[in-house]
Write a protein that binds this ligand. Structure first.
Ligand code: SF4
Length: 105
């Protein structure tokens, strides 16, 4: 289709408009994929190691009973099993995790 739009016949114009509509319809899905959820914090991350972060609070030394990320005052749930922590911008922590900076509500 090298012709200008006003020189196209009805079938060609219809095809072009369908393709444009299809392209617009997938744009939100593409944008959503690009705005994918941040990665989970790795226990190997130096910042995680600095505060003794673990993914399972029951394996943490020094964690009070019932203390985990989901009960921490700076945790923000983004899903059932994970959420944000202001200590680790751009990463998610496990709801069951814990670190030595845990702070109760
Ligand atoms: Fe989890 Fe709170 Fe430590 Fe963040 S500060 S990793 S939410 S226990």
């Amino acid at each position: 289709m090298d012709k200008p739009l006003d020189e196209l016949g009805d079938p060609q114009r219809r095809t072009l408009l369908k393709r444009a509509a299809w392209g617009l319809s997938i744009a939100p899905a593409t944008l959503a994929a690009l705005a994918a959820e941040p990665a989970l914090l790795s226990v190997q991350d130096p910042a995680a190691k600095a505060v003794h972060y673990v993914e399972d609070a029951s394996h943490a030394q020094g964690a009070a009973s019932g203390a985990d990320c989901s009960s921490c005052s700076i945790y923000g749930a983004t899903g059932a099993d994970r959420g944000t922590c202001t200590l680790f911008p751009g990463k998610l922590v496990k709801a069951t995790g814990w670190c030595s900076s845990w702070s109760g509500m």
